[in-house]
Design a protein. Structure first.
Length: 110
């Protein structure tokens, strides 16, 4: 289960979200909408462990993700605006870059 508890984030004086709470279980889907600059991508980056909130916690299977960050980041995938592939690299080179994020060795692709 994923729980978002009292999550807050601001850029300077611009508060993107404050005391945000929600939870999701396996198989749930959520649609995040809003205007440009409203904090959609920031929220997803925080939930996926790529960015830290100003306040609050991301709780993943009962553990605070920020306290167990490396294990949490390996268990979550985030696909933002780009597909994540480096166009200048081959498919094999792209896989070798991604495998360590999954806890595997680049040699595992061979």
């Amino acid at each position: 289960m994923l729980q978002i508890q009292n999550l807050s984030f601001a850029r300077g004086k611009n508060v993107l979200f404050e005391n945000l709470n929600f939870s999701m279980t396996e198989g749930d889907a959520m649609r995040v909408t809003g205007s440009n600059g409203s904090g959609k991508t920031t929220l997803l980056r925080i939930v996926s462990g790529l960015c830290r909130p100003d306040n609050g916690a991301v709780v993943w299977h009962g553990a605070v993700a920020q306290k167990n960050e490396s294990e949490f980041v390996r268990s979550v995938n985030f696909l933002g605006h780009d597909d994540g592939l480096k166009k200048q690299l081959t498919a094999t080179e792209n896989l070798k870059l991604m495998l360590p994020l999954l806890g595997a060795s680049p040699n595992d692709i061979e």
